[in-house]
Design a protein around this ligand. Structure first.
Ligand SMILES: Nc1ncnc2c1ncn2[C@@H]1O[C@H](COP(=O)(O)OP(=O)(O)OP(=O)(O)O)[C@@H](O)[C@H]1O
Ligand SMILES: [Mg+2]
Length: 289
């Protein structure tokens, strides 16, 4: 029996996988999701979400996909990591994943691949009146050449709308990357930056996750002091919050206690420091661009 069953959960509350059911809609996350859906509806082209490590970009993309899955009018594909060795591989992966038929794909030139993509965008967007969306996570890894390819595809439009809807999600380096590419930055229709949570959001996210995992007791599992310590240590970074909470629950079971208090959290952090595992991460860049 795992620790979370012992504590009365149905599921693991602090798993690090980006499960949409465990995604707490903080103000920023909710704003981004709503605005992305509007951008897609209006077919405005390019949206860019920036955020420091572990601020919820991948989780948001999963939530977005969950919304898009129910939509018949949207054809979409998500690239989880755009580190392709060359442009041909990048384009070929788009062709395959959008299920575009192209004879002699293996011997197709870059021009053939680009043309096939453009034909597809026209067919779906104009003939079939559908929205084609490409979501790219870890977009800071995009090679400059690939950004150029995407820029060209974004140029493809009717008088009323863009034929490709592109959503880029990436760490802060993506910002300098896209500002360097002429005519890319100006094309961004929706831009947003994720910051870490404030104290209340930290508390609400912890509460949301334990409820989603099936915790029904009215007693507070994490005391207010514990949450203060978690917030201080994590500075509101979701991934750090999740990992610390996970360890706190394990420790609760090991110590046969029923409430996580501030001292327990302090102890866990001290243990980490003793082991030499604590590192000072870059401070979040709290600027919107
Ligand atoms: N709004 C949220 N509600 C609940 N959990 C969240 C939320 N945002 C992030 N998390 C959790 O925080 C962790 C990090 O989130 P995620 O992987 O989405 O961050 P990221 O911005 O993609 O990080 P990276 O830059 O390293 O790719 C995950 O375990 C995720 O489940
Ligand atoms: Mg990520």
């Amino acid at each position: 029996m795992s620790y979370f069953n012992v504590l009365g959960f149905d599921k693991e509350p602090f798993s690090t996988s980006p499960d949409p059911d465990f995604f707490y809609l903080s103000h920023e996350h909710e704003t981004a999701l709503t605005k992305l859906l509007i951008e897609l509806r209006l077919k405005r082209g390019l949206s860019v979400i920036l955020g420091d490590v572990g601020t919820g970009k991948t989780s948001l993309s999963r939530k977005l996909i969950q919304e898009l899955n129910d939509r018949e009018d949207i054809v979409f594909h998500i690239i989880l990591d755009p580190s392709f060795d060359n442009e041909t591989l990048f384009l070929t992966s788009l062709i395959k994943n959008f299920d575009i038929r192209l004879e002699n794909l293996a011997s197709a030139t870059i021009v053939d691949l680009r043309e096939a993509l453009e034909r597809f965008l026209f067919q779906k967007g104009v003939t079939e009146n559908k929205t084609v969306a490409l979501i790219i996570d870890e977009a800071q890894k995009l090679d400059d050449n690939f950004i150029e390819v995407l820029r060209v595809l974004l140029n493809y439009e009717t008088n009323k709308f863009k034929l490709l809807q592109l959503v880029l999600l990436g760490q802060m380096e993506l910002y300098s990357k896209i500002t360097m590419i002429n005519n890319f930055f100006d094309r961004i229709s929706f831009k947003y930056t994720f910051n870490s949570f404030d104290f209340n959001e930290t508390k609400e996210m912890i509460d949301f996750r334990i409820r989603q995992a099936g915790y029904r007791a009215s007693m507070q599992l994490f005391s207010d002091d514990a949450i203060k310590e978690i917030y201080q240590y994590s500075r509101g970074y979701p991934r750090k919050i999740i990992m610390l909470c996970h360890r706190a629950l394990e420790s609760l079971v090991l110590r046969k206690k029923i409430v996580i208090d501030g001292d327990m959290i302090k102890q866990l952090i001290e243990d980490e420091v003793k082991l030499g595992w604590r590192r000072n991460d870059l401070l979040v860049q709290k600027n919107s661009y």
